[in-house]
Design a protein around this ligand. Sequence first.
Ligand code: PHE
Length: 335
Amino acid sequence: MTPTGSLEPALLELDELQDRAVRAFASAGSPDDVEAARVEYLGQKQGRLKSAQERLKTLPNEAKKAYGQRFNGVKQALEAALDAARSRVERRAVADDAIDVTLPGTAPRLGHRHPLAQTADELIDIFGRFGFAVARGPEVEDVRHNFDALNIPPVHPARDPLDNFYLSEGTMLRSQTSTIQIRVMESQPPPVRVIAIGRVYRPDTVDATHSFMFHQVEGLMVDEGVTMGDLKTVLRLFARSYLGEDVQIRFRPSFFPFTEPSVEVDMLWHGGRRWVEMGGAGMVDPNVFKAVGYDPERVTGFAFGLGIERLCMRRHGIDDIRLLYQNDVRFLDQF
Ligand code: PHE
């Protein structure tokens, strides 16, 4: 081919090509737009830059150097414009994602209360309807509230270091929620009608029915003329509310230093054959009233203490107490 073209118009066309291409990349609004501009201007087969390169061959030799230099400049400008356009539309795609308010939200995975906490809530609810307020006390207790004021003599086996978690001199992890009976009566005059729910600690070997820590619900009612009949009524009403209408309740004679007389409370329900022991109860011992400054000639009262794990396990058919403490979500999800 004989070179026939002249340099000036060829350089003008290169300028024009650069202008249009840079504008096309700058106005591309989406990845598709950028790709279309790339094919049009930088495409290997029929791109305009390619055609401009072909043009070199049509120029006379003395024009080739000038054209070639300008051509390289245009090529760099177009590649830079392409890069800029690409990163601009990608950034926008990311930003659009981040604020797409029309997307459905990610639903938070809600947990729920632990079965023991659910049981505690239900106990508070049921006894609340019977007029019982909720009292609290510390888990780290002194020996006076755990034993002395509860009429447990200094040499009583319940104080055995092998059966208790003693801390420093005179303090311990409470072994029963009866400590809260004392704290409530120390802090207010009669009448009293409270329940208390909390952890208690005893160094038992862990197995399917024992744990070194478990929960109790303690009840205390003190007033003039409170009788064992009231105790039985309250516990029966509670058992019916919690376990069902067909529940039966039975007292067996027992002994606790802080109640006199004392009983073990058994329950039987759904036509079951076996009585299940739920806890201890009794009429508050006059010595306990004396320890807290109440007049045992004027007031009487009853107290009871039931195991919350036992209630929860009966209700849900759980056969191993350890499941309640392992926090395995596959287990907890069921409640
Ligand atoms: N505190 C006793 C226990 O842990 C239970 C109890 C409470 C007994 C109140 C009588 C009155 O075994």
